[in-house]
Design a protein around this ligand. Structure first.
Ligand SMILES: NC(=O)C1=CN([C@@H]2O[C@H](COP(=O)(O)OP(=O)(O)OC[C@H]3O[C@@H](n4cnc5c(N)ncnc54)[C@H](O)[C@@H]3O)[C@@H](O)[C@H]2O)C=CC1
Ligand SMILES: [Mg+2]
Length: 341
């Protein structure tokens, strides 16, 4: 019996090892592409491309489903020829990843070319990112989000903030340099904490005035300079709803492209049930209130479309599964249900 277990263990270990080495090799290759301009230039000729137009990704619709097509360098050249443009455009692409087989992936923004011509040529449409993220397959949305963020960062870092001189990018697009000052700029993300506050039996959700009607989410806020995650959670909860966090724990994180490249750091926090009276900051929030388990479970089932009632009011609904707020809410439901069992 022990021999059978040992053989099974060896098979599982060797499988993990093989998976691991695929991953390690892929990351090493990507890192080489980032650093080595000539290798990356060569990779552009064999890579695949995600297209954008003024930061809106190109999607194709087949039936009810939306796809994010990967175009070859030859297809890109064909489109550019239509516009009598040279293939030098390809150099404006940014490296966003590669397949397990080391086929590099790039994102390219053709915003200076006529949108409708590309759309009819490639039979699809450039779609606002806010919509695109929620209609494409779950595995594609992080890729679209990071590609768009990197393109957006290049757009807004064309000049050195010290000398005002133009900055030059490397081939992969992983950095920009000002040759006058010697400053190297790297793509930036802003750390944001998102916290689901609970008093043990209820959880606290809030609405910002900009949210769609009926939608409630967990509390969020940008980290201040010098702050750690714990301090940011304590401060944001105090600022926004006037409560003191007693304990907190990390859940997970997510890159979020709105308004521009946030690193969402998601936490659960506990406040004392005896000190759970909300004092809402009206400058930031429109509403903040406690929700019981039943109301949360009902809200999770509700579609935004079905939340409007005959009298014009809206029943609560929560962010979709692509948003980390959704995951926090689901984790809280799990905790509560296991406590009740
Ligand atoms: N993925 C998800 O599940 C969720 C994501 N979010 C994202 O979190 C972000 C931050 O949440 P808020 O509650 O709005 O933050 P917040 O509570 O810190 O308030 C936003 C205000 O903070 C200031 N601010 C400070 N540093 C800033 C920076 N680096 N960039 C922009 N503004 C800065 C601005 O005055 C801004 O109006 C939002 O942009 C939102 O898109 C929010 C909730 C859920
Ligand atoms: Mg906030």
């Amino acid at each position: 019996m022990a021999a059978i277990y040992q053989a099974a263990y060896r098979r599982v270990s060797s499988l993990i090892c093989r998976l691991h080495s695929t991953y390690v090799r892929k990351m090493r290759y990507l890192n080489e592409l980032k650093e080595d301009d000539s290798l990356c230039r060569q990779a552009q000729t064999s890579g695949t491309f995600y297209l954008f137009h003024n930061l809106s990704p190109f999607l194709q619709k087949v039936g009810e489903k939306y796809f994010v097509p990967q175009l070859s360098a030859a297809e890109i050249k064909r489109i550019l020829e239509k516009f009598k443009e040279t293939e030098q455009w390809i150099e404006m692409s940014v490296l966003i990843g590669c397949s397990d087989e080391h086929v590099p992936r790039f994102a390219l923004d053709l915003g200076a070319l006529e949108k409708s011509v590309i759309e009819s040529e490639l039979k699809g449409s450039f779609t606002n990112l806010q919509k695109a993220l929620f209609v494409v397959d779950g595995k594609d949305s992080p890729l679209l989000a990071s590609a768009q963020s990197l393109l957006q960062w290049h757009n807004s870092h064309q000049y050195c903030s010290k000398t005002g001189q133009p900055t030059q990018r490397n081939v992969s697009g992983s950095k920009r340099v000002c040759h006058a000052s010697g400053i190297t700029y790297y793509p930036q993300m802003s750390p944001v904490i998102i916290t689901l506050v609970s008093d043990g039996s209820r959880c606290l959700l809030a609405r910002q005035p900009s949210f769609p009607q009926g939608m409630y989410s967990a509390l969020s806020g940008f980290c201040d300079m010098g702050e750690n995650v714990e301090e940011a959670v304590h401060r944001e909860v105090a600022e926004e709803v006037g409560l003191e966090v007693e304990s907190l724990w990390y859940s997970s994180s997510q890159h979020w492209p709105f308004p521009s490249s946030c690193l969402m750091i998601a936490c659960h926090a506990i406040v004392r049930a005896q000190q759970a009276e909300i004092s809402m900051n009206k400058l930031e929030l429109e509403e903040a209130r406690w929700f019981g388990l039943e109301e949360i479970v009902e809200g999770l089932k509700r579609e935004p479309r079905s939340s409007k009632q005959d009298d014009g009011s809206f029943l609560p609904w929560f962010p979709p599964k692509q948003a980390i707020a959704h995951q926090l809410i689901c984790e809280w439901v799990k905790q509560q249900t296991s406590q009740l069992a």
